[in-house]
Design a protein around this ligand. Structure first.
Ligand code: ATP
Ligand code: MG
Length: 631
């Protein structure tokens, strides 16, 4: 086994040799002529001249060799539906969906907006688009009509695919109604809306001439044979918007060949998933994790993938582990926020299941705090791998790579730069930071295969958003702070706009949050910097208690606040001590579980909380207002 260091170095120093080899992990109709065309930096064209198709690599090539092997395992704890599609069955359903889309005039390069709950038809629709060379734009189901309308006008889809409704926690969530409203709000609504009628929202209104029923059209195409459209490697496969945590979401444009190769390689070196095994990503198809590791990644690797509609605590907090046991899941992927939810429930719900098939759990999306990491790793007794990436990159930037070398896990660290990424920590003047020196996480271009090729419809914005951190050198900015320790492990310290400047000391909100969590009464915390006449900025903490009764009288509250401040003093020094620690019962987050610090900060500074289209629970903001006003 080579060491990850050698592996990484070769991927940078011998870019063409390295990625040329990885290209063999997928099927090409025409092999590429150039591994990386970087003649127009910072734009990179990977595997130029090659022709391939994502659906062929994810479905057809496996259906040809192992038609009866499981491909898509659909489980809904909301409706009780549970069904396994083999690769042959999946191919058949995808061809039917492709025939429907073709029949509606959708062809290569046309956009299809998918606004759907976690149902198998959503996977069919995505793969059908890939099959015919249409560009899908999946929008997280449950976004409000306004957010949907903005995305409609940006992507200008010819067709939208939706369902009557979704289900969450036993309650129906309307989809079709929102689509109607979004189409009214949009400047350029789609010509056709294709609806999967689940029979949840009985009697939803239909627009004559625009709305079509999926089941009816499917019945016309039962024996459809729709060949894969061979796309040039750089042709777009999809558009996906970033989560909107720091402001207006950006439309990430993904290519075809580079993405397929990047995912295939990641399944081998990072996730170590093998054909015939099962992967379970608890995300949603509306997020990048859903695109890369519910749909394309595992299927490209010939694995079965689980598509789960439900919450992690219904019927009880052991539901995931019962799925792992039943389907012999070997690789699992989730988010820290979900693990923190499970942590509030008895660990017995984990232990009563046979988890012998499970090799490791991967977490990403937000900082993984040490107590949560230690807890889940202790309970599962197998590696829990924190890895760091972004919607933009499409796959991991920092991770352990057990398929290359088994390296020890350091709590709080997503380990090392992944092969292909010339990732470094930069000072503000563009020079490279020393070990243990805080700086911006940047990547020297070209970005590796799989990363965004541009911002949809806006090459200028691609360059001006991501590559103008310094005049020289031209570096991709992640907008995250990080540090590399003396052993080469990286730590993410928060977002570049989440830094607090206290009397000239720059502190990452993440560092202070970890220190606040050093007090064992705290379940979760958000720290923001507010303007302070004396110190420039002052950190203010909003904390959720494990046991709310610890602050139910003013006396107890004040005592606990003082204790938490003391904990921070002990861990980071008095300079980092929050000016106030407010106790609340929930924190504002995006629907993908990311803390909306910019909104909390705005409220704390008496400003408007800004764009809230992606917020999950607006009542949490009210609590922040009350906490601020009540003190
Ligand atoms: P927007 O870019 O629209 O503001 P967003 O950055 O939240 O939204 P995503 O692409 O979903 O959109 O999230 C990527 C970000 O999530 C990273 O830049 C980083 O801040 C955070 N993140 C992801 N994984 C980790 C991790 N393992 N540790 C710490 N932070 C992480
Ligand atoms: Mg971002």
């Amino acid at each position: 086994m080579t060491s990850y260091k050698e592996f990484h170095r070769r991927s940078i120093d011998d870019r063409n040799g390295f990625w040329g080899e990885q290209a063999n992990l997928i099927d090409w109709q025409t092999p590429p002529t150039t591994v990386c065309d970087f003649s127009n930096p910072p734009f990179a064209k990977w595997f130029a001249g090659g022709r391939t198709n994502l659906c062929h690599n994810a479905v057809d090539r496996h259906a040809a060799q192992r038609p009866d092997a499981p491909a898509l395992i659909y489980i809904s704890t909301e409706t009780g539906v549970e069904r396994t599609y083999s690769f042959a069955e999946l191919k058949r359903e995808v061809e039917r969906a492709a025939a429907i889309l073709r029949g509606l005039g959708v062809g290569r390069g046309d956009r299809v907006l998918i606004y759907m709950p976690m149902i198998a038809e959503a996977a069919f629709a995505m793969l059908a688009c890939a099959r015919i060379g249409a560009i899908h734009s999946v929008v997280f189901g449950g976004f409000a009509a306004g957010s949907l309308a903005t995305r409609i006008d940006d992507a200008r889809p010819k067709v939208m695919v939706t369902a009557d409704a979704g289900m969450r926690g036993g309650k129906a969530v309307p989809y079709k109604h929102l689509v109607d409203e979004a189409c009214r709000l949009a400047q350029n609504p789609p010509e056709r809306v294709l609806i999967v009628d689940r029979g949840i929202d009985v009697g939803f209104p239909r627009v004559e001439g625009r709305d079509l029923d999926y089941a009816t059209l499917r019945a016309h195409h039962l024996n459809a044979e729709v060949p894969c459209e061979w796309l040039e490697s750089s042709e777009p496969s999809y558009i996906l918007y970033t989560s909107g945590t720091t402001g207006k979401p950006k439309g990430v444009q993904r290519d075809t060949g580079g993405y397929a190769v990047a995912l295939a390689a990641s399944m081998k070196y990072i996730y170590c998933g093998n054909a015939g095994e099962t992967m379970f990503s608890t995300s949603d198809i509306g997020w990048v994790v859903g695109h890369s590791y519910i749909i394309y990644g595992p299927l490209i690797a010939g694995m079965a993938t689980i598509m789960f509609e439900g919450t992690p605590i219904k019927p009880d907090a052991g539901v995931w582990w019962s799925i792992v046991e039943k389907y012999k899941v070997s690789v699992m992927f989730s988010a820290p926020t979900a693990i923190r939810v499970l942590k509030k429930h008895p660990a017995e719900l984990i232990h009563k299941h046979d988890l012998s098939s499970l090799r490791s759990l991967y977490l990403a999306g937000e900082p993984l705090d040490q107590p949560t990491h230690e807890w889940i790793m202790g309970e599962l007794k197998r590696p829990v791998i924190d890895h760091y990436w972004q919607t933009e990159t499409g796959w991991a930037m920092l991770s352990a790579m057990p398929g290359v070398e088994q390296t020890p896990i350091k709590f709080g660290s997503p380990s090392f730069p992944v092969y292909g990424y010339d990732l470094r920590i930069f000072r503000e003047d563009g020079s490279e930071a020393a070990a243990n020196e805080k700086g911006v996480v940047g990547v020297v271009p070209p970005l590796p295969p799989g990363c965004l090729s541009t911002v949809w419809g806006d090459d200028k914005r691609f360059v001006s958003t991501y590559f103008t951190l310094f005049k020289e050198p031209q570096v991709y900015s992640s907008f995250d702070w990080g540090i590399r320790d003396a052993d080469g492990y990286y730590f993410i310290l928060g977002r570049t706009d989440d830094v607090i400047n206290v009397a000239g000391h720059r502190l990452g909100t993440r560092e202070i949050e970890e220190a606040v969590q050093g007090h064992n009464a705290i379940a979760e915390v958000a720290v923001v910097g507010v303007n302070d006449a004396l110190k420039g900025q002052l950190p203010i903490a909003f904390a959720v208690l494990k046991d709310p009764s610890r602050s139910d009288t003013e006396e107890k509250r004040a005592a606990l606040e003082a204790e938490v401040m003391k904990t921070v003093d002990g861990l980071l020094g008095a300079i980092a001590r929050p000016g106030r620690v407010h106790f609340v019962s929930g924190l504002p987050k995006t629907r993908s579980g990311k803390m909306l610090r910019r909104s909390i900060q705005a409220l704390a500074e008496g400003r408007d909380p800004g764009d809230l289209t992606t917020i999950d629970d607006p009542t949490t903001l009210q609590q922040i207002r009350e906490a601020l006003g009540g003190n």
